[in-house]
Ligand binder design. Sequence first.
Ligand code: MG
Length: 300
Amino acid sequence: MNSFEISLDPFRAMVLMNAPIELLGEGFRWLEGPVWFADHDCLYVSDIPNDRVLRWTQDGGVSVFRRPSGFANGHARDREGRLIGCSHQNRCITRLELDGTLTVLASHYRGKRLNSPNDIVCKSDGSIWFSDPPYGINTDYEGGKQASELPPSLYRLDGVTGALSVVADDFNGPNGLAFSPDERLLYVAETGRQFDPAASQYIRRFNVSADGRLSGGDRFYKVHPGFADGFRLDEDGNIWSSAGDGVHCISPQGELLGKILTGCVVSNVAFGGRNRSRLFICASQQLLAIYTNVRGCIRP
Ligand code: MG
């Protein structure tokens, strides 16, 4: 039987007590960056230290999609159906074109190299938003030791002009990010210095103006144990976040609704499958999935 932790009663109706946590694959080094392609009926996911992007389908299981991947981390899908990705090693944002070629969308800001783009999301106006902490250039394990040239910041790449701008720079390690269903709010994880238990481990929440500027940014939720590496929202605006003990479900009011306990550290999640109700979970060395009774936000 599954391991749920019910913190508030509404969570009982959001999960399915008889739906198991399914093991879709194992033996990876560190999974991250899951993204669902509904029309391909598949999940793409990064195995960062193995420098590869994997593809999972229900019938075919896990296969290698792209290797080397530039130590790819976060992924998103743009409005034209293309795979948008973060490369630690090459310190850039990429777009995999429909013909299979790779386009670098952003690698520098004001003449200096980005650190190691970590997580990424596409907005309905065509803009691309991503975090740029130095985690991928701190070690050889996840990309390669290199010197940082820029402070850790949150960026917006304009979908029309291609201009890159900093939208927030007061971060101690920006990480996962996701918009609310109406795109008026942006949630961003702040994960601080790695392995520092005193570091900030919060999800912050910003207001998003129509022209793409941020305001607010207060701490919205403190993740414990562990930290919120990445997360996705359901269509009701609840946040399904990675944490040190599994997946935490957090209401738009910042209350912990409940947990899916995986028994290991989770780095990120993505809704997919039929009706977007299946939650794919990057659980350290394992790829897991569980059917839920909610549907993922249509613009993850
Ligand atoms: Mg991350």
